[in-house]
Write a protein that binds this ligand. Sequence first.
Ligand code: ADP
Ligand code: ADP
Length: 219
Amino acid sequence: MIEFHDVSKQYAADTTALRAVTLTINKGELVYLAGPSGAGKSTLLKMIAAMERPTSGKVTVNGTDIGKLKSAGVPFLRRNLGLIFQQQRLLTDRTVLANVMMPMLVTGLSRAQAEERARAALDKVGLLARANAQPMALSGGEQQRVSIARAIVNRPQIILADEPTANLDRDSANQIFDALRAFNKVGVTCLISTHDEHVLDSGARVIRLVQGQLQAEAA
Ligand code: ADP
Ligand code: ADP
């Protein structure tokens, strides 16, 4: 489903973010992407969403070669992706429900259908009761769960989460991981980056990057 073959990414002559990364993530897997800040985790995730292109090597997502993808193809790729990135903040001028409905406004669903799905998504992250709240009235962990609801409302095949628990306390972080694991249980492929390895569940597949290099996976 996601394949990196000998992928390197150089931003500038002196900034190599990824070095000859080769990996395969199969449909339905839950994979943690670990490594210190600056290791290349965001870069790897962004490549899957065609937000960055490989300098060399090949990235394929559902058979699509990201390096060759034309800009017109990007929306089709992203339709299958649920992105939870730090840059994608909630809009503070509208309710939680309106935030979660946003991705559906362009899909042709009726308002009633969109609202029903948005409520179902909020229910899955345990925040249906806060549908009419303003985002700023929520805790950081709750806001992040709203972001997850917004990312999954279009039922993507793949969830990409970039440090979804950064700045959250342990309990809030666990709730985020629980929500992501629940989506994985119903078949959604999940790739979640974190620099905090304490939170990882034992037995999970962990991919570790150090200075852009993939470390051997523990068997
Ligand atoms: P992580 O997510 O593990 O913190 P990143 O992928 O954000 O790592 O960054 C890897 C390296 O690439 C870092 O040295 C970072 O400064 C650099 N980098 C990331 N994005 C850019 C960019 N847009 N332009 C230049 N350098 C970048
Ligand atoms: P993140 O934890 O998502 O990597 P950062 O604060 O490192 O967040 O980066 C924020 C944005 O700036 C990202 O889009 C990243 O790609 C970009 N970026 C990171 N490092 C650099 C850099 N050295 N030069 C230019 N852009 C960078």
